[in-house]
Design a protein around this ligand. Structure first.
Ligand code: NAD
Length: 454
């Protein structure tokens, strides 16, 4: 079968066509990767660091081309696409240096001799990735996996095969053969990969992530799954109205709300009509349109399935008589209006379940405890933002919310790649990604006791 990737802003534009990898071929591809891995690990930290640095340089040299491809293939607005390439380069540089980080500890032995622990690679890492960060997500998994001495087989989303092919080309030009391989396809190829590799890292939807975590656990291999979010922004009465409205508008609606960390719910502490009207104005001032045009911050949805889910969310809002504060309609093609709904009960699926698009519900809390309860009332636990100036109140919320990421006076979106990233509850399974946490995930610790022979 052939996979076809269409540009969401112009579905007549075929960005790439790619033959699907046969699921039955995945085992042999992983076996080749396993052979390459042994030599990669033996080559030493300096060689691995040099190769990752060369990868960073090669990608940096093609920044404009890579950013334009991200815009064309997944509809990400240009400024964000350029930012993604910059981040991908920085990730490669960071993990190039991480090759030199001590890989264990030395302990006082309980008898004569030595006692130490050391991290060793697992072997072949299978990476299964979504379409929305088509360079950064594959690289924030592949770079630490390679730095820790593993080989990588990546299965990208069928909606991001052109970006994956570019990444493949760049990495092939600097890495030994078979160390990094891309397999193309959907669920069947992904499942074949989970069945063959030594460690799995997944990012994507909740249902698929849970399924993969079960399959990997059955095989007894390490797995991490980063999944969806239904992230809340808590707005205190002391918050600066204009800057908070602008921050939340961007976190909810840029890239048409297609990030796992997007703000999906706004919880105001008490009645805050002035803030809500500033928020609606800030959202209305965002420019929706061709993501390649400078200044447009809201592009199209990724595909027809996503559009269908957005339409059905609008219908269910209508069915319960929710008030539409702005938006509420499809514009044209895959473009939809950034939409804000009021009057959706906190336990309604529109408040609780992720709609991967520019949809925001607003809720009013009667007390601080109520605001925290509302924020925590969903099955997800990825990100929360808190907006205000009263330190003691902010700290109480910081200490009471159990999401993996907590932001104060900053949007729920935006990730620092050198700090641990991940969620709680149904947003994540397994260890944290990024930063030094990723090196722990991609290696196993062995403890060696070495005593003299007599
Ligand atoms: P998706 O779950 O549909 O697909 C993700 C990947 O899994 C794709 O490569 C897909 O082909 C593959 N896949 C699908 N079924 C599979 C199966 N049975 N076995 C193995 N692989 C399979 O997600 P998507 O639509 O590409 O991305 C959007 C989702 O990703 C949203 O839910 C979003 O919140 C989430 N996301 C999470 C993060 C995070 O870090 N938490 C980041 C970005 C996106």
């Amino acid at each position: 079968m052939t996979l076809v990737s269409l540009s969401p802003q112009n579905p007549a534009d075929v960005v790439a066509e790619q033959a699907e990898t046969s699921p039955s071929a995945v085992g042999a591809i992983v076996a080749n990767a396993r052979s390459a891995q042994a030599a990669w690990w033996a080559s030493g930290a300096a060689a691995r660091s040099a190769a990752l640095t060369a990868a960073a340089n090669a990608l940096a040299a093609r920044t404009d081309e890579a950013a334009a491809l991200i815009v064309r293939e997944v509809g990400k607005p240009t400024a964000e696409a350029v930012g993604e390439v910059g981040r991908a380069v920085a990730i490669l540089r960071y993990y190039a240096q991480a090759s030199f980080i001590p890989k264990g500890d030395v302990f006082a032995p309980s008898a004569k001799g030595f006692l130490w622990s050391e991290r060793r690679p697992h072997g072949v890492a299978g990476l299964i990735t979504p379409w929305n960060f088509p360079l950064a997500i594959p690289l924030w998994k592949a770079a630490p996996a390679l730095a820790a001495g593993n080989a990588v087989v990546l299965k990208p989303s069928p909606d991001a095969i052109a970006c994956a092919a570019l990444l493949d080309e760049i990495l092939q030009s600097v890495l030994p053969a078979n160390l990094f391989t891309v397999v193309y396809g959907g669920a069947e190829v992904g499942e074949a990969l989970v069945d063959a590799v030594d460690i799995v890292s997944f990012t994507g939807s909740n249902a698929v992530g849970k399924h993969i975590a079960v399959a990997a656990s059955r095989r007894g291999i390490p797995v991490q799954a980063e999944m969806g979010g239904q992230n809340a922004a808590i707005v205190l009465p002391c918050a600066d109205i204009a800057s908070t409205a602008a921050t939340i508008a961007g976190a909810a609606m840029w890239f048409a709300g297609q990030k796992c960390t997007c703000t999906r719910r706004v919880i105001t502490l008490g009645h805050q009509p002035e803030f809500l009207s500033a928020l609606v104005n800030a959202i209305d001032s965002l420019k929706t349109g061709d993501p390649a045009t400078a200044g447009n911050t809201v592009g199209p949805l990724i595909n027809e399935t996503s559009l269908m889910k957005f339409r059905s969310a609008l219908e269910s809002a209508k069915a319960i008589g929710a008030e539409v504060l702005t938006g509420g309609d499809v514009i044209d093609g895959l473009y939809v209006q950034p939409t804000v709904l009021r009057g959706v009960p906190a336990d309604h699926p529109l408040s609780c379940d992720e709609v991967f698009g520019p949809l925001l519900t607003v809720h009013e809390a009667t007390s601080l405890e109520h605001a925290i309860e509302l924020a925590e009332s969903v099955k997800y636990g990825l990100a929360t933002s808190i907006h205000g100036t009263q330190h003691d109140v902010i700290m109480k919320i910081v200490e009471s919310v159990h999401t993996g990421m907590i932001k104060v006076n900053a949007g729920t979106t935006g990730v620092d790649f050198y700090a641990p990233f991940g969620g709680e509850r149904e947003s994540s399974i397994g260890m944290r990604e990024q930063g030094l946490a990723a090196l722990d995930f991609y290696s196993s610790t062995h403890t060696v006791t070495y005593s003299p022979s007599k």
